[in-house]
Ligand binder design. Structure first.
Ligand SMILES: Nc1ncnc2c1ncn2[C@@H]1O[C@H](COP(=O)(O)OP(=O)(O)O)[C@@H](O)[C@H]1O
Ligand SMILES: [Mg+2]
Length: 311
């Protein structure tokens, strides 16, 4: 079997609240897979379960060939997990943090030093390697956190909202790092609230909502369901007067603006990209219109089965 991650029917409730209601997810080896969902959708809960740190109520999972329930130790050896809170020691430098982690992971002397240097270079921390971590920016901390989780190379990397709270530049730097992980052959499961991030990085995207994967596809397939970027003309109170599709290129933007001029419209002109909300909206209105004919009144049920986005 060539899948790096295979998840079947994972359920989890906290008290009366069901957070995961039967999650199915397959991630191909060597791919970057984005788990997209709004705040509170259950992304962290799922990743924490897959990383063996929380027991599911039901369901099974295989990670890099190891069964989550039968052999959690083997799973742990094959994964790295980076969460939202950095597990770095503030008073140490990046290099000291990495050497300490290398020692914890059984590397000694020269091997520990060498691995630390490699990771420092790779994660763009060379200039700051000798500074205490408390002087680092959010983006630098996040990169160091990721480096720490990769002191021992592993086939599967979980990144839980790696760029949340970062400024645009740090976000882009982290994106580069994630792309380089994939180039080295790692499988990456990353969670995000940003459609744009999934679009930039992911080979495949699964949308988590109401405790289930409600849609799955490549970023291009997902975007097709919500339509493309549009240039909108709005009046003073924000009402959309006209909406012109565009393709994200400067030539396309020029064409859209020409078309708007040709209509003789004036107002505030904005470029709008589809957001996660637009995807949800497109999905719900789509499933709703499906269901009203066959299954009236069962809107929750309409989201129950994962839907393959038509390409
Ligand atoms: N240990 C816990 N005890 C009780 N409720 C929890 C616990 N962990 C998460 N939750 C709840 O589960 C839901 C999903 O949380 P989480 O997995 O963190 O979502 P996400 O990472 O997508 O933002 C939230 O409503 C959260 O309050
Ligand atoms: Mg979370």
């Amino acid at each position: 079997m060539d899948d790096a991650i295979d998840v079947r029917g994972i359920r989890k409730s906290f008290g009366q609240v069901q957070v995961l209601a039967g999650v199915d997810l397959t991630v191909s080896r060597g791919s970057v897979h984005a788990l997209l969902g709004s705040n509170g959708a259950g992304k962290t809960t799922l990743v924490t379960i897959l990383a063996t740190l929380l027991r599911p109520d039901a369901g099974t999972a295989t990670i890099a060939g190891a069964d989550l329930a039968d052999d959690p130790l083997a799973v742990r050896r094959r994964i790295a997990l980076t969460g939202q809170s950095a597990a770095v020691d503030e008073v140490l430098t990046a290099e000291e943090n990495l050497r300490m982690m290398a020692c914890l992971r059984g590397l000694r002397g020269r091997a520990a030093r060498q691995r630390s240097r490699e990771l420092i270079e790779r994660f763009g921390l060379a200039d700051a390697a000798d500074r205490r971590v408390k002087t680092y920016s959010g983006g630098m901390r996040r990169r160091l956190d990721l480096a720490l989780s990769l002191v021992v190379a592993v086939p599967v990397v979980f990144l839980d909202e790696p760029t949340t709270g970062l400024d645009p530049r740090s976000r882009r730097e982290l994106w580069d790092v994630i792309r380089s992980l994939r180039q080295d052959g790692a499988t990456v499961l990353l969670t995000t609230q940003y459609l744009e991030e999934a679009d930039e990085l992911a080979d495949m995207v699964s949308i988590l909502r109401d405790g289930r994967v409600v849609a799955e596809g490549s970023p291009a397939e997902l975007k097709r369901t919500v339509g493309e970027d549009v240039v909108e003309v709005r009046d003073a109170v924000g009402t959309v007067l006209h909406s012109e599709p565009t393709d994200g290129t400067s030539a396309g933007l020029r064409r859209a603006l020409d078309a708007i001029d040709a209509h003789g419209l004036s107002g505030e002109v904005v470029v709008r990209r589809p957001s996660l909300d637009d995807v949800f909206f497109a999905l719900t209105s789509h499933t709703q219109s499906h269901d009203t004919t066959e299954n009236p009144g069962d809107q929750a049920g309409s989201l129950a089965s994962a839907e393959r986005i038509p390409s």
